[in-house]
Design a protein around this ligand. Sequence first.
Ligand SMILES: *Cc1c(COP(=O)(O)O)cnc(C)c1O
Length: 459
Amino acid sequence: MERTRSWAEPYKIKMVEPVFMTTQEDRERFIREAGYNTFLLRSRDVYIDLLTDSGTSAMSDRQWAGIMMGDEAYAGSENFYHMEEAVRRYYGYKYVVPTHQGRGAEHLISQIMIKKGDFVPGNMYFTTTRLHQELAGGTFVDVIVDEAHDPESNFPFKGNVNLEKLEQLIKEKGADKIPYVSIATTVNMAGGQPISLGNLRELRALTNKYSIPIVHDMTRVAENAFMIQQKEPGYADKPVAEIVLEICALTDAATMSSKKDALVSIGGFLAMNDKEVFEKARNLVVVYEGLHTYGGMAGRDMEALAIGITESVQDSHIRARVGQVQYLGGKLLAAGVPIVRPIGTHGIFLDAKKILPQLTQDKFPAQTLAAEIYVDSGVRTMERGIVSAGRNAETGEHNYPKLELVRLTIPRRVYTQAHMDVIAESVQYVFENSQAIRGLEMVHEPKYLRFFQARFKKI
Ligand SMILES: *Cc1c(COP(=O)(O)O)cnc(C)c1O
């Protein structure tokens, strides 16, 4: 018989946070009062919260001990030096500028490197990253492989760059119009999909040929490294920490939202190898974030981050983290529930068009599905479909995105395997009893980022 060894957690539970248990009747009222928008629910009315993996991780006892070691000096806090040392040791970048979270770092690097009229190619966009590139006068250009846009493609490295597309762009616009290539590990908007080291190495060779730097959105770099270890030939025996260093070494600068991989509630940084870029960033951070030794973070938060970085690249941690996501995805696949494949690293994406085929897209299938799952079990998920896509600025019509998804994002170290079972049972139940679902009608629509505050009623 073949030996199996499960992905079980490399920790035991020392403290618990009670959650309120509600009845289906309660939840029908709560979601009606929230206008059938999961963003408008109160968190106390939620049983299992899968809205996001951002800032929702459970910290370790070491990290909480680190919080007590906060050195809240305005300048030169001891905790900054610990954080700097962790970034150098585990990510390999020479210089670090702390920021209040990821978008603070994106703002600084965009202002420093992008000029009006520039083009910034990337492996798919992320909302805040693209916005800061545009605010600096740049135009984002998607150069990800086509497989990333196909939810049914089982291609293992949907985060890869299409190098022909990129080289064509460089030839068309000229290398001097491309301040850098923006590379995310893993690609959030594609469903948490990794880039391979093979692809990244070829990208490095191509960008070297044209002297174009690579800026690395390293928000989920450890999760990406784990997928390389699992799927890329030649890496099965390499520790995740070494693969992380190898990825970072192929890039010139990095922005980090430490609310994801790095296991803290708040914080981020900008890192780089170029002294001149560092000097500019160290100056600009004072304008927008805070002094260059805290950048909008409390000393205690920098200490928790330094420890979180160390913990985040351990094989035992990342194996259990991604293992839990894969476990949930595997259960849903086995139950025949249509989800985006391959299963990503930080969440599961349900294909609402397939689950509710009776609803046309203007009846908001993903919004409807998220509300139904909440009513069934108190599990809070998020719409990523027509509501998130907004309206066309010129015609005023809805944008009709190809993908109509519900995102189940798994916080790190927070929920147990039994929670995953409850989630899977609930999604399966709603999927199998979906024939009577009629969809929603929008009754309140905010002008900007409508998905946060839009209200609906049942048809
Ligand atoms: C969350 C996120 C960001 C932005 O970071 P914040 O800390 O939320 O400002 C940037 N890129 C990716 C891929 C992210 O997931």
